[in-house]
Design a protein. Sequence first.
Length: 528
Amino acid sequence: MTDPAVETAPSALRPRDRAARIGLALLAGALTAFAHPPFGLLPGLIGYPLLMILAERSRTVRGGFWMGWLAGFAYFAVGCWWVAEAFLVNPAQAWMAPFAASLLPAGLGLFWGAATALHRRFGATGVRGVLSFSAFFCVLEWLRGHVLTGFPWNPAGATWEAGSAPSQLAAVVGVYGLGLVTVLAVCAFAPLIGSGPRKGRIGAAVAGALTLAALFVGGAIRLTGAEVRPSGTIVRVVQADVDQESKWSPEAYRDIVQRYVALTARPGARVPDVVVWPEGALPNIANRVFADGAWEAQAIARSLQPGQTLLAGLSRGEADPATPTGGRYFNSLIALKRLPGDGGMRIEDVYDKHRLVPFGEFLPAGGLMSRLGVRSLVHVPADFTHGPRPRTLELEGLPNVQPLICYESLFPGFVGRRGGAAWIANVSNDAWFGRTSGPLQHLNLASYRAIETGLPVVRATPTGTSAIIDPWGRVVGDKRLDPGESGVIDAALPQALTATPYALVGDLPWLAGVLGCLILGLAFGRRR
């Protein structure tokens, strides 16, 4: 005989009750979003157990889905509102900003909705419910980072500021594993307000408190011995503070080149071995910038010392008669070496971005979307071409470097220690997002790649935030260039650590943890 309470439709709730549940779901998502940097309101982690309770007390699976979707919508609205800023760069597209700021959270909220629906349908309640909810939620977090190229923005593990004590666990289990531990720990307090044996409920809360304490204590112990050892390589990061609105003005082009050239040639305490420019540094393709006799190439060569290397983020083109446009375009990081005497420069190597931004650098189902008129509405007049899988660049006189261009720095496990990389060069163009929370969150997410791999990260952006990050995820010497600042960062490149556990085995510990939670939560604690 079915339980009438389970079969009751959500519409049977009184309007006041429905409004309260909707408000609590939105509050749960917003609280968890404000726990992330740059806000850092860690008490907002209470949003996870609140969402778990709302899902469990939903009358139907559909109701559980809507609780998760509403929370996810609020979470991504707070965490990703800055995407609207990109549509304000071109006044003709400004009308699209509200749609971008609402459709993206609506789509990403589906993953949260799926997690809470699965928990409502298959998960346990009470103490074992903590295990099943955490497992379902973190599996959907992982899927969010992989489905349709993925968008792993602000996963639960990145709540902790990179470089802090709790963030250090990512060296062992990665940011997804850290997210599982975090959600488990905070949700362990939820049974305190539920039913069931009092001893078990108190035990769960104590276990959660001890887990959180272990995150802080274990991380603090790791950081106690975290002494940055400088290598013999001096790096200069250039941030010219070129805003996106005026970047493509023909009148501004010469001034932009001169800004980068002047900062590159600025005298310092030591001559840098390598200079790093951001993604899309110059509003021109590399084919023209470095053409024979180009004034830009001559100016850049004069700004470098003989033997210096320049890593410049530029787009480039290749002829390809097989394509409709007769060519292919790549978003690239180009390594150039200044030759002795008046020999000019030599292109040493090129890295082409492998993981492109959907609707930003390529249009999924481009042919169909073009016929529907979507291409004319977004920033993709023509698609970039995907480069090959990431690879390490071996440059003369420098430690091997692994490039990551913008969006690629979001992905845990995207690069490991392949090719003997000793550092990561992360170039990005965050000028699209102005002085919003987006560039600051991007810095936090990119810094997790340092913790996961044990490699220092050199991050260059045109308008901020640029920094050199040590293998523990901390900004070296507290030097960074924030949005709106122009200048250079000169520092000795930190030495890499030995390969971290995460660099060796990837997400296997996370997978084992998820499977363990599912087995314990589902096999021994089905919903009554």
